[in-house]
Design a protein around this ligand. Structure first.
Ligand code: PRX
Length: 639
């Protein structure tokens, strides 16, 4: 298929009508040790197996493959405004570091298929660790460094890692955030115990080591300076990693991804969506703990032969610790970034600063800013578009999809973006809008429905829920009566031109500053406070963060609520509890006390009604509500 002569609509049609031919072509974008024998095996829906019989390796495609043409070009550019460290690793140097890390993993007993849990701040060693895992066929499971002991414990329990890689501490706005005590507590809480813990000591804070279990990275690296560890050729369907994400229950799901399909999907997206060229620089401001960090800090740009900037710190702080909301733009100028990826929240933070910060730098290298993770509001999009003068490209996807589902593919055909819309369905995705209860397809423009996908899902999409095929099928594929379709759990509408607009989640997931959180997990944490009888957590619209969590609590002992000071004390205790168990990202913005919570007669919390009241919207049909008084209390509190 020659791109020059292809319209996007043809491209998309071919991807759905003849997926084998389409993806066989895309598969040429990566290196295979053995070419795939079968492109798509969809003999057991909804499980799609891509590129069966092919063998490849993600680390090979991200690193080794480029040694021939660009060994001495930058691969990983590490910048930390927290520690003042700035260091560039060429492809050759990255290759060396990844082999050292891989040798350490082997020495610590990690074998193909073993899980390695990575609980690390944004340091270069975290990238080495991920690449070292995929190099030897170990399955990495990166847990966001902002999560605390209880969140971490449930992930350790589920992933059952042989090894955990961590560091002494993270740092936020110059404040050291120790990781090791949280990790030790998480291991104590989990019934699974890792055989070994590998600690990267950044020298930020002292930490205690457990003899026989904990190992220092620096000494082991020294031992393996000359390491030569070849890539293991893996079946295309071999698991590359799991990443946990929140849903309706309190138990996070391990989103499981393959090897070959993921490599092809990312390589294709770098060409068709991000238009990144080898030798150029990509800058994603996300974190390796999130899917964007996996796909577009580590694997995507490197597979494309681009240098990738990995940035630790706030967008408003310079390398010397001084305030400067221009650091990202200074990095764009310095490293001649061509493609940048961030989240609307980050842009809203910058928008509050003096626009002069943006004007100080030569941004002529920049060709596109891609924003994802939460709805992009029009004022934010307009502001950044005018300030940068480059296309602002909204893209909608999920941890589950691995790469954009709705956006525009300017690498295939230049198409206009529409404010407020992430765009149109990407190649490989058969997107439909269905009526919430009847499951009927909505074909008229501007009807609100649930955004779903018909199988087979494209390469790069999650394979299943780690160790739980039944949960994968029941959670994602059985939510619409009588139809086997994948639910995104997002509301959407489609306009007459085929552009989609995302209207928020249909489930209890909230999105705080682009971070996806489950309200059930927050509720479970709050419930562990001795004075909490019942709790409801909802996401409420926030001008800066998109949404914030708001908790409504029924206290056991109401004498603890007699005056404002007492209420503030209990609110503070609850916030601290969530901080310690789940991490500050999950901390509710407010805790309010009520004597009743709105529920249906069968006892189901009416979170949507609470949310509507908090946002001053119409609550819709409340005929199923047990006691109308409950909502009135919340209305009074919010007034
Ligand atoms: O609700 C949608 C919202 O974020 C959810 C997925 O979050 P996560 O799994 O963390 O993956 C983020 C990958 C970018 C979606 O179900 N969301 C994501 N992107 C957008 C969005 N909502 C509106 N517009 C977007 N561009």
């Amino acid at each position: 298929m020659t791109l020059a002569s292809t319209t996007f609509s043809d491209f998309h049609r071919q991807s759905l009508q003849n997926p084998d031919a389409f993806w066989a072509e895309q598969a040429k974008l990566i290196d295979w040790q053995t070419p795939p024998q079968q492109i798509c095996d969809y003999s057991n829906p909804p499980f799609a197996h891509w590129f069966r019989g092919g063998t490849t390796n993600l680390c090979h495609n991200a690193v080794d493959r480029h040694l021939k043409d660009r060994a001495n070009q930058p691969a990983l550019i590490y910048v930390s405004s927290e520690t003042g460290i700035e260091k560039t690793y060429t492809f050759a140097e990255l290759h060396t570091e990844v082999q050292r890390m891989a040798a350490i993993l082997l020495e610590l007993g990690v074998q193909q298929g073993d899980r390695v849990l990575i609980y690390m701040p944004m340091i270069a060693e975290a990238a080495f660790a991920m690449l070292a895992c995929t190099r030897i066929g170990a399955i990495h499971s990166v847990v966001f460094g902002g999560f605390a002991s209880v969140s971490l414990a449930s992930r350790i329990e589920d992933a059952t890692p042989k090894l955990i890689i961590s560091a002494d501490a993270g740092s936020r706005s110059g404040k050291v955030v120790p990781y090791k005590p949280l990790l030790d507590e998480a291991i104590a809480l989990s019934s699974h115990k890792p055989e070994a813990v590998l600690m990267v000591d950044r020298g930020l804070t002292a930490f205690a080591s457990v003899a026989g279990r904990d190992h220092g990275y620096a000494a082991l690296r020294e031992k393996h300076l000359q390491a030569s560890v070849p890539c293991v050729w893996l079946d295309a369907t071999a698991i590359s990693y799991t990443i946990y994400t929140s849903g309706t229950t309190g138990q996070p799901k391990g989103v499981q991804r393959d090897t070959g399909g993921y490599a092809v999907a990312l390589a294709a997206s770098m060409v068709h969506i991000f238009e990144g060229k080898p030798g150029e620089t990509y800058f994603s401001t996300s974190d390796i703990g999130w899917v964007v960090g996996h796909s577009y800090i580590i694997y995507g740009p490197l597979i494309a032969g681009m240098a990738s900037i990995m940035y630790e710190g706030l967008p408003t702080r310079e390398m010397d610790g001084s305030a400067n909301a221009g650091i990202w733009w200074r990095l764009v100028e310095k490293y001649k970034v061509t493609r940048m990826f961030s989240a609307p929240t980050a842009v809203r933070v910058l928008k509050k600063q003096d626009p002069a910060y943006l004007k100080q730098y030569d941004l002529s290298s920049l060709q596109g800013l891609y924003l994802a993770g939460e709805p992009l509001d029009e004022p934010t999009a307009k502001w950044i578009s005018e300030a940068l003068g480059v296309p602002i490209i909204d893209n909608y996807w999920q941890t589950e999809t691995g790469w954009p589902l709705l956006t525009v593919a300017n690498g295939v055909e230049k198409m206009p973006s529409k404010f407020g819309s992430p765009g149109i369905p990407m190649y490989g995705y058969n997107v439909k809008l269905l009526h919430e209860t009847t499951g009927e397809e909505l074909t008229e423009p501007n009807q609100k429905g649930v955004v779903v996908l018909e199988g087979p899902t494209p390469p790069g999409f999650m394979q299943t829920v780690w160790r739980d095929d039944a949960r994968f099928v029941n959670t994602y594929w059985k939510s619409v009566p009588g139809k086997l379709v994948y639910s995104t759990f997002d509301w959407g509408i489609k306009d007459a031109d085929g552009y989609y607009f995302i209207l928020g989640r249909t489930d209890d997931v909230i999105n705080v500053a682009g971070h996806r959180l489950g309200t059930r997990e927050i509720e479970e944490s709050i419930s562990s406070h001795p004075n909490v009888a019942e709790v409801a957590v909802v996401g409420v619209a926030d001008a800066l963060k998109g949404q914030v969590a708001m908790a409504f609590v029924i206290a056991r002992d109401t004498s603890a609520l007699q005056d404002e000071a007492a209420r503030l004390k209990l609110e503070g205790e609850i916030m601290k509890l969530v901080d310690g168990q789940l991490g500050a990202v999950a901390r509710p913005a407010r805790v309010r006390f009520v004597s009743l919570l709105p529920k249906t007669r069968s006892g189901k919390l009416l979170r949507r009604a609470i949310q509507a009241v908090c946002e001053g919207r119409d609550t819709g049909d409340l005929t199923t509500m047990e006691d109308p008084q409950a909502l009135q209390q919340i209305r009074d509190l919010m007034a």
